[in-house]
Design a protein around this ligand. Structure first.
Ligand SMILES: O=C(O)CCC(=O)C(=O)O
Ligand SMILES: [Fe+2]
Length: 336
């Protein structure tokens, strides 16, 4: 079975698109990280807010289905992920990003690789760099963790493996509910081997937050993404007709958003929500789990009765390759 690493191997990146800035020794935002149109980055508060859904609500299927079709995202409470696991994962994430730069560079993502330390994969598509450093984990982070902490890596590995395991179970449950509400047959759900990737994000404290950007606008190449954000705000999603809406941190809640794959499979009924991250004077962390079917899964758009398919069918692997080359224009390549 093909893997995410194989899908990315054909698109090796240059080192300057992998190595983060040495934020510890940077006192001012360099020109390379100053984004034009910074007025657009100043948050406004008079807009509707993202739905908050309780997983124990008797109406949960309809609520989640409606949120996915209208917003492409929602915040989830009472999700069943142990709160001490969320806390431990955040503190291990903080421990990792607090390491000295030279230590983190030991586990730099390889040019054609998927896991390890580095800046966002979308970087080459933008003229400016983002105020961000990340660390990607697929499966066990053992090899990298051993290099970071030769004698003290067990805790990091245990927490991150457990986090991925629990998030996968939650993602499966949410996908089932979404499919039920969209009347997509459960047979579509029989994936022997779904993949999850865990993306740890760090947005270091920024001396000039209104001129820098943490993550540029993008959609996720996933079925669903489940995100835990620290108590510092920064995430915004784009809602048609409204504009950029801040996703305010709610203690212990998770943010769930629709990715490209569910957008295709739902025949565009669920928007693959565009989102971005603003930076602050305070250090912000987040942990995103990207949930995907196996790479050779064939995405066949399921149209509502009477509607024509909007996209041709495409394997996940082919779509990931198109996206790696064309980013947000990827969908136009499969449009009917
Ligand atoms: O940090 C966040 O709030 C969002 C992260 C994100 O969009 C991503 O990792 O794809
Ligand atoms: Fe994202």
């Amino acid at each position: 079975m093909s893997t995410l690493s194989e899908a990315y191997r054909d698109f090796p990146l240059h080192l300057h698109h992998i190595i983060p800035l040495d934020f510890n020794s940077t006192r001012a935002v360099p020109e390379s990280h100053i984004w034009p149109n910074s007025d657009d980055l100043i948050s406004s508060h008079d807009h509707p807010s993202l739905p908050v859904i309780d997983l124990n609500d008797p109406q949960v299927t309809q609520l989640i289905g409606h949120a996915c079709e209208t917003w492409g995202a929602f915040q989830l409470v009472n999700h069943g992920i142990p709160l001490n696991l969320l806390k431990d994962a955040e503190s291990e994430t903080r421990r990792l990003f607090s390491l000295p730069t030279r230590q983190k560079l030991k586990v730099l993502r390889a040019p054609g690789g998927t896991t390890g330390y580095g800046i966002a994969r979308i970087t080459p598509f933008f003229a400016k760099y983002m105020w961000h450093e990340g660390f990607t984990i697929i499966g066990s982070p053992f090899d990298h963790a051993k290099q970071l902490w030769p004698h003290d890596h067990a805790q990091f590995c245990d927490v991150m493996e457990n986090y991925q395991k629990k998030m996968r179970i939650l993602a499966e449950r949410l996908t089932k509910l979404i499919f039920e509400s969209l009347e997509i047959s459960e047979e579509e759900l029989i994936w022997v081997d779904s993949t999850t990737a865990l993306q740890l994000n760090s947005y270091p404290s920024c001396p000039d937050p209104n001129r820098a950007l943490g993550l540029a606008p993008h959609t996720d190449t996933s079925m669903l993404t489940i995100l835990h954000q620290s108590s510092i705000s920064g995430l915004q999603i784009f809602k048609e007709g409204v504009g950029w809406v801040s996703v305010m941190p709610i203690a212990d809640a998770l943010v769930v958003n629709v990715g490209d794959l569910l957008h295709i499979l739902s025949n565009a009924r669920c928007p693959n929500v565009l989102h971005r991250v603003l930076v602050r004077e305070r250090h912000r962390l987040s942990m995103a789990v990207f949930y995907c079917p196996p790479m050779d899964f064939n995405l066949v758009p399921v149209a509502k009765s009477g509607q024509a398919p909007k996209y041709r069918s495409v394997t996940e692997k082919e779509f990931i390759s198109i996206k790696a080359k064309h980013l947000e224009k990827a969908l136009s390549f499969i449009k009917l």
